[in-house]
Design a binder for this molecule. Structure first.
Ligand SMILES: Cc1cc2nc3c(=O)[nH]c(=O)nc-3n(C[C@H](O)[C@H](O)[C@H](O)COP(=O)(O)OP(=O)(O)OC[C@H]3O[C@@H](n4cnc5c(N)ncnc54)[C@H](O)[C@@H]3O)c2cc1C
Ligand SMILES: *[C@@H]1O[C@H](CO)[C@@H](O)[C@H](O)[C@H]1NC(C)=O
Ligand SMILES: *[C@@H]1O[C@H](CO)[C@@H](O)[C@H](O)[C@H]1NC(C)=O
Ligand SMILES: *[C@@H]1O[C@H](CO)[C@@H](O)[C@H](O)[C@H]1NC(C)=O
Ligand SMILES: *[C@@H]1O[C@H](CO)[C@@H](O)[C@H](O)[C@H]1NC(C)=O
Ligand SMILES: *[C@@H]1O[C@H](CO)[C@@H](O)[C@H](O)[C@H]1NC(C)=O
Length: 570
């Protein structure tokens, strides 16, 4: 209450909003915050701290603790249960200064990473964090930040490629332990007419993909999520768009979210859906995480359990076969997407396309020409039925280690490829893809843009870039580096990904990129991530976060790369 009053005063007298009060980071201020959040305030110590002799941070070298860190250094489960770790591990560091607390991820016992000349530093890991349990914890944090000027960052699983869930010298809000899950066969969003019901699951913001899939399977429902099982569902994944292998069939995650439970930076705890707080509902359906408020939970439409027919091609590429195969895919992509096939292509290795409501015999006949091409390049073709989404996921997605690369410094670049590009610029698309695939450490073609999916008009529009709807493919290239790669070389890696994707940008001028899997230096990021929705998103940001308590890299209305908050970025 008092908080809301302070905010409205600030709104009435804008002169006071121009300068935030001086930072008060005294122990007394932290202790008071800790009391308000019932002792859920913690200091964050870098994960590998016990392996270092040299550090000014709390803690000491500890052989046994270090061995446990080594054993779990690349373990996605342990990492996501630990606040001070990030999937793309450069988010733990201050890239620009080289301050880090790394082991050698390629050899976790390599003494060179922890020798006495190496110092374990805090990097971009928050100094403190709150293990969020309820709305009042978040309200206390916004109030604390507003009063003291200590910046905030929201962290869920730490999978963001652009480091949006870490921030040097900040207070972190950790949503990881919000693990509630409930299924309601007749869910009515708050404020909607009682006759409006959906089968739906409400999940806490900390629920991760694997947990959702197990739960949905037990309930006899389907809720698609992403490929990486340790990514969160309701955090950055959903708020940025959220594609699955089957999103050409089922839409993006934002197409199936019915309601968000949110604490806004102004301290309001509210429910946003198609009937109330509709501007916030729109913004959270693609505007990006960490920007409009702290999402406590989200309610996702539950689809019935279904069985899936998948065609799979595996092959080993040579430059010739790569070109033959990609060329064939390009000439058939519009047809396949229109007919409801959705999946993933690993250029030079394999393809999986999946549909519902068909049969193995019909799929075999439909893809007879694909089978012919697969054989001509020495590949294997098969058609497989899986009886549920979980079975589909376990069969096709889990075995691929590239879907889980936790604890490795890495980056990506990407582009959404519009349907017109496949007819207007097929040759350039082929050349560009061959070039990207050949010159990238890893590359993916997600043949899963929601091209044939029909949106539920009753939910109103989502704020993801409308370019998603005209696209067939989301092309991603990635690169990683070693624990001791100098900042200058990391910059070269970032730059070469940016220029590597330029050939795709040139032939898709009115398209865009997926903000959750985008180039760190995406050109024209606001147009690229949100297209015509950007201006409206900026207005909504101003309404719900008038003091600008939340900010992140290339997020709606951010302060820009020159702001001191982003001085660790390259
Ligand atoms: C290996 C791998 C595979 C991936 N596969 C897919 C895929 O198949 N499909 C897909 O769409 N994406 C995929 N992604 C991208 C993924 O969507 C993003 O990494 C996403 O940001 C992860 O969200 P998170 O909340 O788990 O991560 P975090 O890094 O913790 O958070 C990401 C952003 O959301 C904000 N945020 C987190 N929680 C909340 C909250 N409760 N309220 C408000 N803001 C919040 C953070 O502040 C940050 O800005 C993949 C990423 C990786 C690393
Ligand atoms: C917060 O309070 C709890 C319980 O009193 C205590 O265990 C914890 O160390 C405190 N956190 C900090 C950062 O002081
Ligand atoms: C990762 O850690 C979890 C939790 O300790 C453990 O159950 C799992 O087996 C580990 N995974 C691997 C691949 O070691
Ligand atoms: C890892 O480093 C240790 C210490 O230098 C070395 O003995 C070991 O052979 C290395 N292991 C690998 C797989 O390179
Ligand atoms: C598949 O068939 C079911 C049952 O007839 C139907 O409800 C569903 O909409 C169909 N799905 C698609 C993607 O066509
Ligand atoms: C960025 O947008 C402007 C204005 O729309 C356009 O002129 C320019 O070519 C774009 N630049 C890139 C690199 O896409």
């Amino acid at each position: 209450m008092a908080f809301a009053a302070i905010i409205s005063l600030l709104l009435v007298f804008p002169v006071f909003t121009s300068a935030l009060p001086k930072r008060d980071t005294s122990q007394a201020a932290w202790d008071a915050l800790n009391k308000t959040v019932n002792g859920q305030l913690y200091t964050a110590i870098p994960f590998a701290r016990p392996c270092f002799q040299s550090s000014s941070l709390a803690g000491t070298f500890d052989e046994a603790a270090c061995q446990s860190v080594q054993a779990n250094y690349l373990n996605a489960t342990v990492r996501s249960n630990t606040f001070a770790t990030y999937m793309a591990s450069q988010s733990e560091t201050c890239s620009a200064t080289g301050a880090q607390c790394y082991l050698d991820w390629q050899n976790v016992t390599n003494p060179a990473a922890v020798s006495s000349s190496e110092t374990c530093s805090q990097g971009s890991v928050s100094t403190h964090y709150i293990d969020v349990k309820k709305a009042s914890d978040v309200q206390a944090a916004f109030q604390f930040s507003s009063k003291t000027g200590v910046p905030l960052v929201i962290k869920n699983t730490g999978h963001d490629y652009a480091g949006r869930s870490s921030l040097a010298n900040s207070l972190g809000l950790w949503s990881h332990n919000l693990k509630s899950k409930t299924f309601n066969a007749k869910f009515t969003p708050q404020g909607c007419p009682a006759k409006t019901t959906f089968p739906a699951a409400t999940i806490g913001a900390g629920v991760q993909t694997a947990e959702l899939y197990e739960y949905a399977d037990q309930q006899g429902i389907t809720i698609p999520g992403g490929a990486c099982v340790s990514v969160g569902i309701a955090g950055g994944y959903l708020q940025g768009g959220g594609h699955s292998w089957l999103s050409n069939i089922y839409g993006l995650a934002v197409d199936r979210v019915l309601e968000f439970e949110v604490v806004t930076p102004t301290g309001q705890h509210l429910f946003a859906n198609a009937c109330q707080n509709t501007d916030l509902y729109f913004a959270l359906r693609g505007g990006g995480g960490g920007t409009f408020g702290f999402v406590l939970s989200a309610t996702m439409k539950a689809l019935p359990k279904a069985s899936y027919i998948s065609v799979e091609v595996t092959y080993t590429s040579t430059p010739d076969t790569l070109k033959t195969f990609l060329s064939f895919l390009i000439s058939n992509a519009v047809k396949w997407s229109t007919d409801g096939w959705s999946g993933q292509i690993r250029p030079g290795a394999k393809l999986v396309l999946t549909a519902v409501n068909t049969t193995e015999a019909a799929a075999t006949a439909y893809f007879s020409d694909l089978q012919g091409v697969a054989q001509s390049i020495g590949g294997a073709f098969s058609v497989v039925t899986t009886p549920s989404y979980l079975a589909f996921h376990n069969k096709f997605i889990v075995p691929d280690a590239l879907n889980e690369l936790d604890g490795i410094p890495q980056t990506v670049g990407s582009r959404l490829i519009s349907a017109q590009t496949f007819s207007n610029s097929a040759d350039e698309l082929l050349d560009s893809l061959v070039n990207i695939v050949t010159n990238s450490q890893v590359s993916f073609i997600f043949a899963n843009a929601p091209f044939s999916f029909k949106q539920d008009a009753s939910l109103g529009p989502a704020s993801v870039n409308p370019a998603w709807r005209n696209s067939l493919w989301h092309v991603v290239a990635g690169a990683g580096w070693t624990f001791d790669t100098p900042a200058s070389v990391q910059s070269i890696i970032y730059d070469s990904l940016t220029s590597g994707i330029d050939t795709l940008r040139n032939i898709t001028p009115s398209s865009g990129a997926y903000l959750n899997e985008a180039d760190l230096h995406e050109p024209n990021y606001s147009e690229s991530f949100w297209g015509s929705n950007y201006d409206q998103l900026v207005q909504i940001k101003k309404k719900y976060d008038p003091q600008h308590l939340l900010d992140c890299w290339h997020c709606v209305g951010w302060k820009g790369a020159a702001d001191a908050s982003f001085s660790c970025y390259l």
